[in-house]
Design a binder for this molecule. Sequence first.
Ligand SMILES: [Zn+2]
Length: 356
Amino acid sequence: MATEAAFVKLSEILAQEEFSDNNAAPISDDPNFVIHPADTWCGTVEASPQPAPDVSIDAFIPDRTRHLWRLDDVITYGFMPYETKYKRNIDDTAENCEPTEFRKDTVKAVLKFYLNYLPLNFQETNEDMSKLDFSNPEHRKKVDLRIAFGSPVQQGYWGWAMGIGPRIRQKVFMNKPPEAPGPTYASVFLGGIPSSEEEAKKITEKWRKETQRTIYHEIGHVLGLEHEHASPLSPTTGELRPVTETMVATLFDEQSIMLYSGIKYKADPKKVTKDTFSPSHTDLVLLMLMYPDSAKEDGNFAKAAKSMGYTKDSRDIMLDMLHHALEDPTGIQHKIIDRLREVIADNINDHPRLAV
Ligand SMILES: [Zn+2]
């Protein structure tokens, strides 16, 4: 089917299909508790506001509007050595910051987990990170994700990521806010990860889980996910942000890795959000829909589409489009992928739901 005709047909089918708001996870025993639709959102194609001057560098991604990686992007990463040439708001020791093999392996295991589901291309840089000077924008361009380790600010920052999706390439940590840990020029900070297997045995289970959760969460931002509790229809208190036409929001997912713990619910301030320790089913399904792996009926995309409630009719058209997009000998057809992302995002926003 010609691509444009396929989109028209898909839109027609989706307009007729019914999607139940399957709030599978009750969040309160209170019968008067109101569940608001939305959440688990991630960026799709929004034109980004200009980055604030103190975090901007010369943009070098050709398209500043992207929230999500293209399927053929090469995402380079490297681990920042402990160096005093980079300023830290909070003094820290080499022991806490040095990128040991154990720490690197801990992060790589999380990347590997995500890559079981997503066809993205993360590559560890061949550059010697201690020889690069990240105050130089040209050097920053060589490593998209400059991952730094250190001590967490407990009750504060266990970790952070400077940007969402590919826009992390444009963002640089310039020691703001002043209470944030980590060195200048990092793009991802991960706190509290033990330096070795022996050290790992000494920390508490609670500490270990907090570090795991942090890595999954920060890599979630790198993949394009926003905070669960910041969605405009989140049932939690606190600052909510608008869903723009480029955001996709599922129903509130209390198991999302992007949800902070300890946030009060509006309807029941005695109840707070709980810790989550790994990506939820809906987190992964949404990512698999936004980063389609193949046009095969037993591929991750097809499974995710089924899980999100799409009928065989609509799935067949989606897979046909993916066939055109992914199996073109001249290269991936990004326009088709972007259109598919838009159609799916619009549909989920119109019918917020969780994956089943
Ligand atoms: Zn976050």
